[in-house]
Design a protein around this ligand. Structure first.
Ligand code: LFR
Length: 495
């Protein structure tokens, strides 16, 4: 078949972009046509996403896509981060700007939910790791309020954007699996759970799977973008992490992946969920991938720690450019200070360098003495978290890991890739950087008949994208000692 073009709207926590992907039998090229900032806004009642600006950014991108040299895209797919949602009232109007998952209104809400459904039972149903911002906890914060009472449908962010583009209503299943309202075994909404939590099941739209059609553009969208009104919108793996995992360039079965951006999502691809008590205790998640696969992984705080540190430094008038900071970190003395990146105090926006120094002092360590030392501390601590997470995943899922695919923006960070290879003792294959957009495009291309199954999609990525290999080196005994040290500091919480 002749190559065709697909548009991916891919929104991350700090920026959004519209990317055109050209796909042929041995071709997979991406061109970014538009990039825009994603700037959350703090209102008196909490931290919100500016979802109208994000939608406008997508429309601006589509307008450019309409004029692309290779012709307009055959279809469009939308992916974003998970768990967050907008609600529509009976007239289809958006009820308030969606909350940001880092907003503190969910504090204490897990206890509220657990008093109705215990954490162990919740895990046996949903298989979801405990994160304070899971949709189920956000809804507990909304309970009793006027907006939830007026809601007729709850749409996860990508589903909301698809609704605005097409008028159609649906819940894409990879993202639905992150809500805490979805049954990990059956792959359906857990109506039993909704009942017990006092949530009206009718607000949850029918599920749709990656690859399903999601409609065509509404007439005013076609008119304002210049795209034909017949342009299809295709359901993709709308959870960005699920799209990134699609584009992991694995060609052998015994791989682990780390999707590394604002978060590091480290884990395995499985055929069936692991819902054991040990898995719950280790806080592993069973999120859905495409084609019924399970993304068995844990969230690690990721590059957020560095992004927030740089934001703080910039505000303080200190150097904040990425490359020089990483170079300085590369020269800094190893294993001076270590943190548990997943300590709860690192979740909310704020002065990350101060919080990191406090963590070190509180745990009887030296506080990092300068910017290079602090970045070194973040990078080594992330590498150790990668090691801990993947080793635990292998045990809990009873699988061998022979190599790691590190994809996403973090794959450009050579220091982190090298430290991850050294810490784990496993080769790291870094890239593609744009895994999420590639996964988005590939699922659309598959629906159009241009590429075959998941293995074929991955072969296409492996054969066309630039990858870098990091062979483990360094001092293995020093990494073992550092791993033991951080485990004792975290008091087992990070074990
Ligand atoms: C990554 C991600 C994670 C999810 C977090 C919050 O962008 O989607 O998978 O846990 O953001 O939604």
């Amino acid at each position: 078949a002749a190559p065709r073009t697909f548009a991916a709207a891919d929104l991350g926590a700090t920026s959004g972009r519209v990317v055109l992907g050209r796909v042929g039998s041995d071709q997979l090229d991406l061109t970014e046509v538009h990039r825009f900032a994603n700037t959350p806004v703090r209102l008196p009642d909490g931290l919100r996403w500016d979802v109208l600006a994000l939608y406008q950014g997508i429309l601006d991108g589509l307008r450019r896509a309409a004029r692309a040299a290779d012709g307009p895209p055959a279809s469009i797919g939308v992916d974003t981060w998970a768990v967050d949602y907008g609600m529509l009232d009976a007239d289809g109007a958006l009820l308030g700007q969606p909350f940001h998952y880092r907003d503190s209104r969910t504090d204490g809400m897990a206890d509220e939910v657990h008093s109705r459904v215990g954490p162990d039972e919740l895990y046996r149903i949903t298989g979801l790791q405990h994160l304070p911002f899971n949709t189920v906890f956000q809804l507990a914060a909304a309970a009793g309020g006027p907006q939830l009472a007026a809601a007729r449908s709850l749409l996860l962010i990508p589903d909301l954007l698809v609704h605005w583009l097409t008028g159609s209503i649906g819940a894409e299943e990879t993202n639905a699996s992150t809500t805490g309202l979805f049954d990990a075994r059956t792959g359906a909404w857990s109506t039993g759970l909704l009942d017990r939590l006092g949530l009206d099941p009718r607000i949850l739209p029918p599920l749709r799977a990656p690859g399903d059609p999601a409609g065509t553009l509404l007439p005013h969208v076609a008119a304002s973008t210049g795209l034909p009104a017949t342009t299809a919108v295709t359901t993709v793996a709308s959870h960005d992490t699920a799209s990134a995992v699609v584009a992991v360039p694995a060609t052998a079965p015994d791989f682990a992946y780390i999707s590394c951006g604002t978060w590091s999502l480290a884990g395995l691809e499985l055929d069936a969920p692991v819902l054991t008590e040990a898995s719950r205790a280790a806080n592993f998640t069973n999120e859905r991938g495409i084609d019924g696969t399970i993304r068995y992984l844990r969230n690690i705080m990721g590059m957020w720690l560095l992004e927030e540190s740089r934001r703080t430094w910039e505000a303080q008038g200190l150097p904040s450019a990425l490359e020089p900071l990483l170079a300085e970190a590369g020269r800094a003395e190893p294993f001076v200070s270590l943190i548990d990146p997943d300590a709860p105090e690192f979740l909310a926006p704020g002065d990350m360098p101060a919080r990191i120094r406090e963590f070190c002092l509180r745990t009887g360590q030296v506080a990092p003495s300068g910017q290079g030392a602090l970045v070194r501390c973040i990078m080594e601590s992330l590498a150790l978290a990668h090691r801990r997470t993947l080793r635990e995943a292998a045990v809990l899922a009873d699988r061998e890991i022979s190599h790691i695919h590190l994809v996403g923006g973090g794959s450009r960070n050579a220091l982190l890739c090298r430290l991850t290879a050294d810490a784990t003792g496993l080769p790291v294959i870094a890239g593609p950087t744009e895994a999420t957009a590639l996964g988005n495009v590939l699922v659309q291309a598959r629906s159009a008949g241009l590429v075959g199954d998941l293995a074929a999609m991955r072969r296409l990525v492996a054969g066309t994208q630039e990858l870098r290999r990091y062979t483990p080196g360094g001092n293995a005994a020093a990494w073992d000692a550092a791993a033991a040290r951080i485990e004792s500091l975290a008091g087992g919480r990070a074990s």
